[in-house]
Design a protein around this ligand. Sequence first.
Ligand code: ARG
Length: 458
Amino acid sequence: KKAQAWSALFSEPMSELVKRYTASVDFDKRLWQADIEGSLAHAAMLQAQGIIGEQDLADIRRGMAQIRAEIEAGTFEWKLDLEDVHLNIEARLTQLVGDAGKRLHTGRSRNDQVATDVRLWLRGEIDQLQPLLAAMQRALVSVAEKNVDTILPGFTHMQVAQPVSFAHHMLAYVEMFARDAERLADLRKRVNRLPLGSAALAGTSYPLDREMVAQLLGFEAVTQNSLDAVSDRDFAIEFTAFAAIAMMHVSRLAEEIVLWMSQNFAFIDLADRYCTGSSIMPQKRNPDVAELARGKTGRVYGHLTALLTLMKGQPLTYNKDNQEDKEPLFDAVDTLRDTLRIMAEMVEGILVKPEAMESAARRGYATATDLADYLVKKGLPFRDAHEVVAHAVKVGLQRGVDLSELPLEVLQQFHAAIGEDVYEVLTLRGSLQARQVLGGTAPVQVRAQIEWHKQRLA
Ligand code: ARG
């Protein structure tokens, strides 16, 4: 009896500790569907090329159908002794169909097999993430639609800067998630290439038809260098970089939600179903979901760093280090998926408090730039106008009033060109209306943006 699953060379069984340390089945069994799919395509190609017989292929198909059913029913026995998902499925296949099962691995190595499985699996996940990114954008657009005329103090340096439409602010996030979707679609092309046929590292002497396998599995292309194909994990790193960027966007939004919900802003409220209470302070309603989304961003950054670090010291070609690619990648997918789902739902249910936003904009001299622009239209150079308005703001601050509350005689002391028409300019709405430039916050621009996004996301 062999001491090991794969070779008579070994004279003693692996130590228990080593077995547990090297096994990956506990987590890579998640790849089982991709593994079966990949094996079936490989087998069909082996038969088409006359490398295995028709009966072998039929047996492999029958065995795989049963394995699929067993895994789905939860009766498949995953064995740590068999190390990983690939050996577990292959061993069960051989148990079920005999020699045909042993012929499956012809012209193949676990090195090209695992690279294929991870790519297939990731492609499926990418295709489920795209609709979630779209749903996130739709949720933001739907909040925007209801708030074109809601005025928010726009901030720079966290100081009130200029009034903006709250819809415009929501659409800023739509832009970010649209770029994420673009990045994801682009990297999918590089995920969707077939390594199978590279075998252990050097290719194989069997006359494999790699194009056929690629076609069966829906890969856009086959990899061109066997050494690179078995050791490349760029595709996983690229995906995780995308996930880290998308999480960063979510996190910025989450941070704003937390701030806006604080009593000191009170710009929004969240429905109770997205809040949690405190076990000691009865008055509390906390935005835990947003805080967790912000917190989980760090863990996805961690996965990106883990994968980059995993690869940086690896000589060509496959090294067992690569087995460590799975948990970070899986968790990056899971974290992003769950976060997008819950945040989209929560954003859609944001309760906007327009009066609070507007009075904050008023308190912060948000129309000071508009007064300067007004003076420019009356002939002053912008730098002089800037200085004039600084004096006006100073007086406003001393008196504790907004610029629009300063009497005309007072305003005229700063510059004689100021007339009665200045008060239109000093309103928040007038300020918004004036910003008609493409990409600006004027309601007409914002409405056009909303229409464009709605069409694009329909
Ligand atoms: N479980 C391994 C992995 O995830 C499969 C490939 C193992 N290949 C090998 N020669 N040890 O990378």
